[in-house]
Design a binder for this molecule. Structure first.
Ligand code: GRF
Length: 219
């Protein structure tokens, strides 16, 4: 019997290019995960249209309609649970999450951030990387914890910062790495190559050939 696919719920707030990379990966028949739904806190997020045009359920839960974060997150968890989501994938989801939501999805929620964490948490990452004069930047996939852009690191991809870069050109280079890395990590979690125990992320023995890719894909 074939193993059932891991069901992922993708949380977005905007254009959804990382979502698109997951949609594209999931169209491959041997990819071990499937997108159960895409949820946005912004009704006009372009990512919702990407989901719909690929026949994926797109759910809008506008946070502005709620009086509290808790009430918003209650509906968010309900939407994910109703669709049997195993893993929550934040992909440009721009809401801070409460301890209780994070605890509910403990080690079942991952996030992508466009820097080499723990450096450059938060917003306006690329501007700050350039201001700091860093020579290397990149992206990080991590399990979600209550603190913003914190949690056990799963994988990182490094890219150079070039002398003529501005924030847009650097963002574009990092984004290309994000689109490679996110599906790689979802695949690893889905096929059991990547596991987490408490705060310790491991890559399964026997899958060492994946380790260099996970640490720094050759882009
Ligand atoms: C990405 O750079 C991601 O790392 C950050 O927000 C951006 C989302 O872009 N968290 P997109 O919506 O996936 O195009």
């Amino acid at each position: 019997m074939t193993k059932p696919k891991l069901r992922i719920g993708v949380l977005i707030s905007g254009r959804g290019t990382n979502l698109q990379s997951l949609i594209d990966a999931c169209t491959q028949p041997d990819f071990p995960a499937e997108i159960a739904c895409v949820v946005s806190n912004k009704p006009d997020a372009h990512g919702l249209a990407r989901a719909e045009s690929s026949g994926i359920e797109a759910v809008s839960i506008p946070h502005k309609n709620y009086e509290s974060r808790e009430a918003f997150e209650k509906d968010l968890t309900a939407a994910l649970t109703e669709r049997d989501v195993d893993l929550v994938c934040n992909a440009g989801f721009m809401r801070l999450l409460t301890n209780s939501f994070v605890a509910h999805w403990f080690n079942q929620q991952i996030n992508i951030h466009p820097s080499l964490l723990p450096a450059f948490k938060g917003l306006h990452v690329h501007e700050r990387v350039l201001e700091a004069g860093a020579r290397i930047s990149g992206c990080t996939l991590h399990f979600v914890r209550a603190e913003m852009d914190a949690g056990p690191i799963i994988a990182q991809a490094a890219v150079p910062v070039l002398p003529d870069d501005n924030a847009d050109s650097l963002a574009a280079r990092v984004l290309t790495a994000e689109h490679r890395l996110y599906p790689m990590v979802v695949k690893g979690i889905a096929d059991g190559t990547i596991t987490i125990d408490g705060d310790t992320v491991s890559i399964a023995a026997g899958a060492e050939e994946h380790a260099p890719l996970l640490l720094c894909p050759n882009l």
